[in-house]
Structure formats: structure tokens, C-alpha cells
Design a protein around this ligand. Structure first.
Ligand code: SF4
Length: 394
């Protein structure tokens, strides 16, 4: 969803282009005033993604947005609930084959006083659920609202049932998926800043998507919407629900074996590869060669760091052993060369697994003997060489 004013036409077009370039398939815009729906006439011809008008309180905005050429309307049953007005919007959308999303957000579906009354009436339905009362209200509100649509023989409906509570979101969409045969737009609303909103959103949406619930997603942050698109895509990629574009970067969390500045290296690799690599190759940046190979299994390009050095592998074949200051450039060069081979059909992604036998830890990379000696890691077997090291937190 755009964050700027829709009536600021040029800025809105720029923002939609930016979101689409980041990977958004659909962009929603707020239309609180007539000048916003008026602006849609100028915005829609300039953008290439479908535009959804987010309508609250004023059903006229929905009618104006339809006239302006919008591709979908979002209605809130909590604030557009006059039956005749809803029917007018349904008829306008039906005439143009436009879908309507009905969004029963927890915070707006019903006034608080009524909410408590309804909670008493309907709470028993979901009495075994933590959020039983609220679930009952959401379902009842949807049934009541959608009846108006069905009476008009209108079924091009998308449902959303957002809350800021991740557990309620999971329960609500799960129940709705059993009771209504319409596509579901998933989201955790008012999820907060990116740092915590990410966890809140991914916990709920991940659980639902893993169970086959959900057709579109929106991550929402109190931050630049670009992050919402990026993280939404990463969620779909991570679950294998969409083919990844660009690098699948894995990296170790580091531990007492680390002997390079891996955090900086990973961030540099991420930024550079995002700008230069378009094929979905798997790249692993691992802090050591002891556990790294297992964790980097399946990587097309991998670096295993050691004592201020890094050994680089491309599909299991060792191609370089470079000092720390050269790791970034060499890794990027190998990634780009590998990308070229993939694009020319000379190599296939994921064809060979990284398969490396951990070397003698006193060998060319070293692996933290100094730390063992300094008591930073615990040696669990005796002798002059560590057969096994145990490190807390693994
Ligand atoms: S064992 Fe090696 S690869 Fe694994 S977290 Fe520690 S440094 Fe990274």
C-alpha cells in the first residue's frame, strides 16, 4: 500500500512504480477525499500494476474510484454498512467486472459497545479459542455483510480479517477458510515497526500459508512500504510459494570459531549481489569450515572463512583461497561468472552440492585453536587435535 497522498499525482505514480519494481503485484491506495479519487484518473494510465482503492466511511469514494478505472475496491463493513449504499457499490463493480475485498479488521468492524453485546451472544461458538469472542464477531459480521452481496448475485469477493494479534489472525483466517469459498487476502494490521512487525506478520502469515490458507499477502510496517514488499516476497520465496528472483543468501550466525568479520561481509555480499545477480543462485557465507559445509549444503557458491582467510567453492569445486580483504571481491566475481554460465546454459542451478570434508583444524584455514586455548570454547575430547568441539547455543 502506498504511504503518500493519492492526490499528489506525480509522487503517487513514483511510489507505485517503486513498489512494482520491488515486486508488488498489486498496489492499494487510500482515497479518503474526492480529490484522491479524481487523481486516480491520472494515476492509473501511468502505472502497470492493478490498483485497489481503499475505501472507508464514504461509499461515494468507491463509486468514484470505479468510474476512475480502479481494478478493485476494498470495503470495510465496519464503516460502510448502509445496505443501500453497499448495493450501489456492488452494482457499480458488477457492471465493470471488478472484485470487492471485504476487510473485517478487528479494530473497526463494530463499535465497542455493540462488540461487547455481540461477544456475549456469540462467544460460545468459539469458546475453546483464546480469541473466541472476536472470532465470533468477525464471522457473524462477514455472514451478515456477504449476504448483501449474494442477494445481488455478486461473488467476485476477496475476504480479509486482519488484527494486530498474530494468533487471532491465524484463527480468524483458518475459520474463514472453512466457512467461505472466496480468496483470502492475508495480513497482520498495525503490526508496528519493521523490527517487531516482521516477526508478528511472518508468524501469522507463515502458519497460514504453510497450511494452504491465503491467496494474496500484505506485510504492514510503520516504515517505508518497500520493506513490506521485500519481506512479503522473502516470505513467499522462503516457503517455496513463488520462484525466487535473485540470490538466496544463507549465512551462519557465527560462534566462537569465527575469525573474520562475518557480519560486515554478509551485509556487503547481500547488497552487492542484490544489485548484480538476477538468477536464483544459492550463496553461502559461512564462518568456518568445521560446521559450515553441512549448513551450506546445496549452495551454488560458498565461502568458508577461517583465520582471516576464505576458501571459495563453486558447486563443490574449490576455486580460491584468499585473504580476508579479498573475500568480497572474489566471491562476487565467482558469483557473476557462475551467473554467466547459468545464463549461457553451461551450468545448472543446484546441480552439485557443496561436499567438503572438514580439514585438520590446524590446517590452512585454522579453526579457532587459539580460542580453545583461551577457554572461549570447550574441547570435549582430549589429544593434541580437537576431534570434537562443543560450543554453547548450537
Ligand atoms: S560453526 Fe562455523 S559455520 Fe557454524 S556458526 Fe560457528 S563459525 Fe559459523
Amino acid at each position: 500500500m502506498t504511504a503518500g497522498y493519492t492526490h499528489d499525482i506525480d509522487a503517487c505514480v513514483r511510489e507505485i512504480h517503486k513498489l512494482a519494481a520491488a515486486g508488488a503485484d498489486v498496489v492499494r491506495v487510500a482515497v479518503p477525499e474526492k480529490k484522491d479519487t479524481d487523481a486516480l484518473r491520472h494515476i492509473i494510465p501511468q502505472v502497470r500494476v492493478p490498483i485497489v482503492a481503499d475505501v472507508h466511511f464514504h461509499f461515494q469514494r468507491a463509486l468514484e474510484a470505479v468510474e476512475a478505472g480502479v481494478h478493485k475496491i476494498r470495503l470495510n463493513p465496519g464503516n460502510i454498512n448502509d445496505r443501500e449504499q453497499v448495493i450501489e457499490v456492488i452494482k457499480a463493480c458488477k457492471a465493470r467486472n471488478l472484485p470487492i475485498r471485504v476487510g473485517v479488521n478487528e479494530g473497526s468492524i463494530i463499535e465497542r459497545r455493540d462488540k461487547q453485546k455481540r461477544m456475549k451472544e456469540l462467544g460460545a461458538v468459539f469458546s475453546d479459542k483464546k480469541h473466541g469472542y472476536m472470532l465470533a464477531i468477525m464471522i457473524a459480521k462477514l455472514e451478515e455483510y456477504l449476504d448483501i452481496f449474494y442477494e445481488q448475485d455478486f461473488y467476485d469477493i476477496v475476504i480479509s480479517a486482519k488484527s494486530m494479534d498474530a494468533a487471532l489472525v491465524v484463527d480468524a483466517y483458518t475459520e474463514i477458510s472453512k466457512r467461505f469459498d472466496h480468496p483470502l487476502h492475508l495480513g497482520v494490521t498495525h503490526a508496528g515497526p519493521k523490527e517487531t512487525g516482521c516477526i508478528r506478520s511472518v508468524a501469522a502469515l507463515g502458519a497460514l500459508l504453510c497450511n494452504g490458507v491465503g491467496d494474496t499477502v500484505r506485510i504492514s510496517y510503520a516504515n517505508d512500504p518497500i520493506y513490506e514488499v521485500e519481506d512479503g516476497l522473502e516470505l513467499l520465496w522462503s516457503l517455496g510459494l513463488r520462484e525466487r528472483k535473485g540470490v538466496d543468501l544463507i549465512a551462519c550466525p557465527t560462534c566462537g570459531r569465527i575469525q573474520v568479520d562475518l557480519f560486515t561481509l554478509v551485509q556487503d555480499v547481500r547488497k552487492q549481489l542484490a544489485a548484480k545477480v538476477t538468477v536464483p543462485m544459492k550463496v553461502a557465507v559461512m564462518g568456518c569450515i568445521v560446521n559450515g559445509p553441512g549448513e551450506a549444503e546445496g549452495a551454488d557458491v560458498a565461502v568458508f572463512a577461517g583465520d582471516r582467510r576464505g576458501i571459495i567453492y563453486v558447486q563443490g569445486e574449490r576455486v580460491a583461497n584468499v585473504p580476508e580483504p579479498e573475500i568480497l571481491d572474489r566471491l562476487l566475481a565467482e558469483c557473476l561468472e557462475f551467473q554467466g554460465k547459468v545464463l549461457r546454459g553451461e551450468a545448472k542451478l543446484g546441480e552439485k552440492k557443496v561436499s567438503i570434508t572438514p580439514p585438520d583444524p590446524l590446517g590452512e584455514l585454522g579453526s579457532g585453536w587459539e580460542k580453545v586455548a583461551a577457554g572461549m570454547v570447550e574441547q570435549t575430547s582430549g589429544g593434541s587435535k580437537p576431534a570434537k568441539l562443543t560450543i554453547g547455543g548450537r
